[in-house]
Design a binder for this molecule. Structure first.
Ligand code: ZN
Length: 329
């Protein structure tokens, strides 16, 4: 039987994934704020940034449709706990647009954990992840295809290590791959990989997301030498690394032969509650983000790389084979 990958509309044969953006979000929001003050939540949208919460669905549909029109068949949707994961929302967007959406389990935090997790050990947390992978998410029967964790500016501290060990144990128990948000500027990647190694996770199951926020080839190759995947996955987020430097890094890595270890994506968010509307306006005006949408890879990054010399075979490896291989590793 052909390997299958779980999507929000059910399992699909892996060879049906097609062109895939491995890291794009349909909606991010804080589930606690959302529940407590739904009146206060504004979301990112074109000026004047006054879109109400109930419009998040139509914005997500619009962005998903734009991706489909550009030839994207599938996205990895790493919206985990604390980013407002809602697989019914994802399923509705997928059904309306035809975009295949691959959901995850996991916890997105840089430090804080609710008491529920403070007072449970990594194996008990792993049980929750395994439940999402084997039984389904939020009572839907929709199963998680991968596990998401994060480390950022506070580093791999006690809480973050706990979540990483839980993810690793769930991966060992189920075979599910792991996507680890990293922060190269805080050198988190090597320690994240080390924890997964200690727990016995195959490096071929580990993707270190946001590695492309650095253009330090020594740092990047240090990770690649461990056998993990890297995400060059924040095209358009100028504040972490400008577009031209991202492209230069991608080309250098292609020239060094790493085509079969990397992902191109944008970490776009169709709607988010992270900033007040006026701050979003200021961030865009200041150039912190530019063309940062689900469209940037198919519309801008890939055409430029083709012009530069990316072969059809390399493009297929990057956009079709790599997602399939990581998800079925
Ligand atoms: Zn993300």
């Amino acid at each position: 039987m052909a390997a299958q990958v779980q999507t929000v509309t059910g399992p699909v044969d892996a060879d049906r994934l097609g062109t895939t953006l491995i890291h794009e979000h349909l909606r991010n929001r804080d589930e606690a704020v959302w529940n407590q003050w739904p009146n206060a939540v504004a979301v990112k949208e074109d000026p004047p940034y006054e879109v109400r919460a109930d419009q998040t669905y139509e914005i997500a549909v619009r962005e998903a449709k734009a991706a489909v029109d550009l030839g994207i068949k599938t996205i990895g949707e790493p919206t985990a706990m604390l980013l407002g994961r809602d697989v019914n929302f994802m399923r509705r967007v997928s059904e309306e647009t035809g975009l295949q959406v691959i959901p995850c389990t996991g916890i997105y935090t840089y430090d804080h954990l609710p008491q529920f997790f403070m007072n449970r050990d990594p194996d008990q947390i792993a049980d929750l992840f395994v439940h999402d992978i084997e039984e389904g998410i939020q009572d839907t029967g929709i199963k998680a295809a991968f596990i998401k964790v994060a480390a950022d500016e506070p580093g791999v501290n006690e809480n973050i290590e706990k979540v990483h060990r839980a993810a690793a144990r769930a991966s060992v128990r189920t075979g599910a791959p792991i996507m680890a948000h990293s922060r190269p500027a805080s050198n988190t990647g090597p320690r994240q990989v080390e924890i997964f190694e200690e727990e016995g996770v195959e490096p071929s199951k580990v993707q270190i997301a946001h590695t492309g926020d650095s253009d330090d080839l020594g740092y990047i190759e240090g990770l690649l030498e461990k056998g993990v995947w890297i995400g060059l996955d924040r095209y358009g987020l100028e504040l972490f690394l400008p577009y031209e430097r991202r492209q230069k890094t991608t080309k250098a890595l292609l020239e060094r032969g790493y085509v079969d270890r990397m992902f191109l994506s944008a970490d776009s968010v169709a709607t988010t509650d992270w900033f007040p509307p006026n701050v979003i306006e200021e961030l865009i005006a200041s150039g912190a983000a530019k063309d940062w949408t689900i469209r940037i890879v198919p519309e801008k990054v890939l055409p430029e790389l083709r012009e530069w010399g990316l072969t059809e075979e390399q493009e297929r490896t990057l956009m079709v084979d790599n997602p399939l291989r990581w998800l079925t590793s």
